[in-house]
Design a binder for this molecule. Structure first.
Ligand code: PLP
Length: 328
């Protein structure tokens, strides 16, 4: 199906701004522009609003009556899926990795407000959680419900298609501002946003390298998932998206002790960006990505004087879910 013909349900406020960050740029010695997908607006914003526009439209087309998804207890994706379900008059079932946390705060508090049905997989194993998600969906179907399963992170071909359009939006802004970036920096989680942006670069024949800092999966896993998602997107759109292995740049040096576990450098990056620009990064995703960018500049792997688009994918509610980590 053609990109323009894909069913879409409006959730996000678009286009998001592409902001020049002069004080951070001066501090880091590179020119930083920020693509503000933290400002997509819907349900406190973030990258998932774009993906959900296509996923929700598909759920409606399939006559679903509820959305089912999974993630960590502070998952931004789960919060936004729960909100999207409410917006279209559906219920939402969330399966969280791990065990119930001691406190209900941050995204989890918002999930409660949205009346999401929540359960815990009692394992941190993502593959096992995926299996539980499928089992829960089957059980709901057996009970007479019409569940629509959104995989963790909404990382499907439809989710990627949303980010192809986001790249079109970015390229228009870069053109208008006469900026040619050396890199787009992105947080890589379940890989759909990264894959979608790469697919977008191919779709629009743009040659801007996309540099992903992974915050959960190790590099070898991302190196497989990203091309597979681009391939599925290419099939969905019947549009050739000629990816080479050199196009997939993923760095897993900044995960630290693990997913959703803050690092001192991520904490410092969050404080730096808040202090210089009044912009909130989050402890799970964008804080680690900024920490990665800062370190790569220090090491000379990103040369001073470069122009970087930092794609801010949201996640600020996670600050309230990890407040002690953020304060240090
Ligand atoms: C704030 C934020 N940034 C980045 C990501 C990563 O996006 P993806 O899962 O598409 O790789 C997520 C995923 O949940 C997120 O919540």
């Amino acid at each position: 199906m053609k990109l323009e013909s894909l069913p879409r349900y409006k959730l996000a406020t678009l286009p998001t701004p592409l902001d020049e960050l002069p004080r951070l740029s001066r501090d880091l010695g590179v020119r930083v522009l920020m693509k503000r997908d933290d400002l997509t607006g819907f349900a406190l914003g973030g990258n998932k609003a774009r993906k959900l526009e296509f996923l929700v439209a598909d759920a409606l087309a399939q006559n679903a009556d509820m959305l089912v998804t999974g993630g960590g207890p502070q998952s931004n994706h789960a919060r936004m899926t729960a909100a999207a379900a409410r917006k279209i008059g559906m219920d939402c079932q969330i399966v969280f990795f791990g065990a119930p946390p001691p406190e209900v705060n941050g995204n989890l508090l918002l999930d409660e407000l949205l009346g999401a049905q929540m359960m815990y997989a009692n394992t941190d194993d993502k593959i096992e959680t995926d299996r539980i998600l499928v089992r829960v969906t089957d059980e709901l179907r057996a009970q007479g419900r019409q569940p629509y399963l959104i995989p963790v992170g909404g990382s499907t071909a439809l989710g990627c298609a949303a980010y192809i359009l986001a790249v079109g939006e970015l390229l228009g802004q870069l053109n208008a501002q006469r900026v040619t970036p050396d890199y787009v920096f992105i947080t890589t989680g379940s890989c759909g946003t990264h894959a979608g942006i790469l697919a977008g670069m191919k779709f629009y024949n743009a040659a801007i390298p996309v540099y992903g800092i992974t915050v959960s999966r190790i590099k070898s896993e991302c190196d497989q998932r990203i091309p597979a998602l681009v391939q599925k997107t290419s099939e969905l759109l019947t549009h050739h998206l000629p990816l080479t292995t050199n196009d997939v740049i993923v760095n897993d040096a900044y995960i630290g002790p693990g997913y959703a576990k803050i690092t001192p450098d991520a904490r410092a990056a969050i404080h730096l960006v808040a202090g210089l620009e009044g912009i909130f990064l989050d402890p799970v995703y964008t804080g680690k990505t900024m920490a990665g960018l800062i370190d790569l500049i220090k090491r000379g792997e990103i040369t001073r004087g470069s122009t970087i688009v930092f794609w801010h994918t949201g996640g600020a509610p996670g600050i309230f879910g990890h407040s002690k980590d953020v304060l240090g």
